[in-house]
Design a protein around this ligand. Structure first.
Ligand code: ATP
Ligand code: MG
Length: 407
């Protein structure tokens, strides 16, 4: 692939333009990174008020599989990426007939389907050195019966829909074989995986960027704390996890990206499981074929962010190894922050929060706050881990955020 040089124009004077499928907050931060380098941007998203559409040069307001919308995106852009994994893989395939698309339809297709994703993790376990949680595929009544009869080892477990799950949606805990049957029926008998419930001591994720020339850059693992199935706090600083585990997670994520022949930014999520050993065992959970909520701290704490690397990877530009210059903690800001204890709407006290040193507020431009909706995030950076934790705790207290005891 030839590079799409920033700030360039073609013979007709049309400026180099990068496109993104999806207009959520990840698309918005991608657009900001692309524009900073001098690119024009195009977003395809059906929502007139989409966070990325609001800040992009072009907003194509059609369905993701609309042929005319896809043709317009391909016409406007020299390279195209995606900001969420549930965009139809066929749409990426269509775009790829005429434009470089990174990540490609095949790898996005794998990440869209927990069964294919787990099969991939198993296929590269020898090189990555990690396996996923014990699991069984559940698509047919015969498989249900076989699990009930032969896989008592998977209970208690978590039943997860194979497709379209996010933020803990589409998954339910089951304790017994009878409960498994009942919950699967409630999910409409859709394709699922049943995963053994593991004793987690921590969760972490690793961001890897890989170019079409096989250059690889990665960030150190960040430790993530979830509340109610949604990311609440990300710790990105020394001491966030044992160094030996961090090294293994980073190497495993790179191996997984390489085994996929991946191009773009990939986030790989891991569990740390208590196995009686000093630090626990690393287990791979899932991957997101895009920048990730847990990597937002890179905007303020690193010399190159996850979105810069996405731009560079898709445009065929160099991928330098990022350097983190400050310890950081990220606090996710969900819709709850916009309501008081009586359920009344209230604007959070940004004045006080922003008076704390090293606070970086990112709001995504969403019009309506709703419980569980990702409205923004607050990253805290500072000269050392102790002061970052102190400020993060104070900010979380002021905003009434959950997960305070994890900071
Ligand atoms: P997202 O896409 O937002 O990361 P998701 O809905 O795809 O989430 P998972 O990442 O699979 O779902 O699971 C959500 C959370 O549930 C995990 O971060 C972890 O806290 C818990 N969890 C999932 N699987 C297991 C397991 N096998 N054992 C213990 N806890 C688990
Ligand atoms: Mg997850």
């Amino acid at each position: 692939m030839t590079s799409v040089l920033p700030g360039s124009a073609d013979a007709a004077g049309r400026r180099a333009t990068l496109g993104v499928m999806g207009g959520g907050q990840l698309g918005r931060m991608f657009v900001h990174a692309a524009q900073r380098l001098g690119y024009f941007t195009a977003v395809l998203d059906p929502d007139a008020q989409s966070p990325a559409g609001l800040v992009s040069h072009h907003h194509i307001q059609t369905a993701y599989d609309d042929p005319a919308g896809l043709a317009q995106l391909a016409d406007l852009c020299q390279a195209i990426t995606t900001e969420f994994e549930n965009v139809p893989a066929e749409a990426l395939q269509t775009l790829a007939h005429t434009r470089p698309v990174a990540p490609g339809a095949a790898v996005v297709g794998i990440a869209q389907d927990r069964m294919a994703e787990k099969a991939h993790f198993a296929a590269c376990a020898d090189v990555s050195g990690v396996t996923c949680a014990p699991y069984a595929v559940l698509e047919t009544p015969a498989q249900l019966q076989a699990i009930q009869e032969n896989r008592a080892d998977l209970l208690p477990g978590i039943l997860k829909t194979a497709r379209m799950g996010y933020d803990g949606k589409g998954q339910v805990r089951v304790r017994t074989a009878a409960e498994l049957a009942a919950r699967w029926a409630e999910l409409g008998g859709t394709a699922c995986v049943l995963e053994k419930l593991l004793p987690l001591t921590a969760e972490c994720s690793v961001l890897v960027a890989r170019g079409c020339d096989r250059q690889v850059a990665s960030f150190a693992p960040q430790r993530n704390v979830h509340v109610g199935g949604i990311l609440a706090v990300t710790h990105a600083h020394e001491g966030n996890m044992p160094p030996a585990l961090a090294t293994r997670a980073r190497e495993a994520a790179v191996a997984i990206a390489e085994h996929l022949g991946y191009v773009g930014v990939l986030c790989v999520e891991f569990f740390v499981v208590d196995d009686g050993s000093e630090y626990g065992r690393l287990v791979v959970n899932e991957m997101a074929p895009r920048p990730h909520n847990s990597g937002h701290y890179t905007l303020d704490a690193c010399d190159v962010s996850q979105f810069d690397l996405q731009v560079r990877a898709m445009a065929g530009l160099p991928l330098p190894q990022p350097r983190q210059h400050s310890p950081a903690i990220m606090l996710n800001l969900l819709g709850e922050v916009w309501f008081d204890a009586n359920g009344q709407m209230q604007e959070p006290d940004w004045h006080t929060v922003l008076s704390l040193p090293g606070t970086h507020l990112h709001l995504y431009g969403k019009m309506h706050a709703r419980a569980g909706r990702k409205m923004g995030h607050l990253t805290i950076t500072g000269p050392d881990v102790v002061s970052v934790k102190r400020v993060a705790r104070r900010a979380a207290e002021l905003l009434g955020l959950p997960g305070l005891d994890a900071i």
